[in-house]
Design a protein around this ligand. Structure first.
Ligand SMILES: [Zn+2]
Length: 177
C-alpha cells in the first residue's frame, strides 16, 4: 500500500463534479472547518496522540463556488498526458523522463510552442528529426496534435496520470471524439 502521507484527495463540487486534487491534510482541514463532507475514505489512517483519522479519498464541497470555464493548461506534463506518454513518431510508450517536447514545425521555421505544434517525442526520434519537418526525415505523426477538449475534471485537466480506484466513479466518461 502506498504511504498514507503521499495520498491525495479528490475535491468535488456541490454537484459531484471533480474540481481538483488536494492534499489529504487540506481535505481534513476543510472538513474540520465545515467546508466539505467526506464522500469516501482510503483504507488507511493517520495516527495522532488523541485519535486516528481515516484519510479522505474523496470530499465534496458543501457550498456553491463560482468556477469559470476550465481549460486544460498548456504544460509539458499535460502534453505527455494528452499523448499518453507515447512518442508521436515511433509510437512507443516512455516514462516522463525519457520524453521530450518536439516542435512539429521547427522553431526556426516559425513553429510555435502551442498545443497544435507540440508533441511528445522520445530522445532518439527527436534527435533524428532535429530542426526539420517530419516529412523531411520520413517520420510520420501518429495523431494530429490538437488542443485537448476542456473536459472538466478529466485526468488531464486535474494533471494526474493514474486515478485511484475510489475516485473512478466520480471521473467523467472519456469523450468519444
Ligand atoms: Zn520515438
Amino acid at each position: 500500500m502506498a504511504s498514507a502521507i503521499a495520498r491525495k484527495t479528490l475535491l468535488l463540487d456541490i454537484g459531484y463534479q471533480p474540481i481538483k486534487v488536494i492534499s489529504w491534510r487540506r481535505a481534513v482541514c476543510m472538513e474540520f472547518l465545515g467546508k466539505v463532507e467526506v464522500v469516501s475514505n482510503f483504507d488507511a489512517e493517520v495516527k495522532t496522540i488523541t485519535r486516528d483519522y481515516p484519510i479522505p479519498a474523496v470530499v465534496r464541497l458543501l457550498h456553491h463556488t463560482r468556477v469559470g470555464p476550465r481549460v486544460v493548461r498548456f504544460s509539458r506534463r499535460n502534453v505527455y498526458l494528452r499523448d499518453r506518454f507515447t512518442c508521436q513518431y515511433c509510437g512507443r510508450r516512455f516514462s516522463e523522463r525519457d520524453l521530450t517536447l518536439d516542435h512539429v514545425i521547427p522553431r526556426s521555421r516559425g513553429g510555435r510552442m502551442e498545443w497544435t505544434n507540440i508533441v511528445a517525442a522520445c530522445v532518439p526520434c527527436n534527435g533524428r528529426k532535429g530542426r526539420r519537418s517530419p516529412e523531411q526525415v520520413g517520420l510520420e505523426l501518429r495523431c494530429i496534435p490538437r488542443k485537448p477538449l476542456s473536459v472538466p475534471g478529466s485526468p488531464a485537466q486535474l494533471g494526474i496520470e493514474t486515478v485511484p480506484e475510489l475516485w473512478q466513479v466520480w471521473m467523467p466518461r472519456p469523450s468519444r471524439r
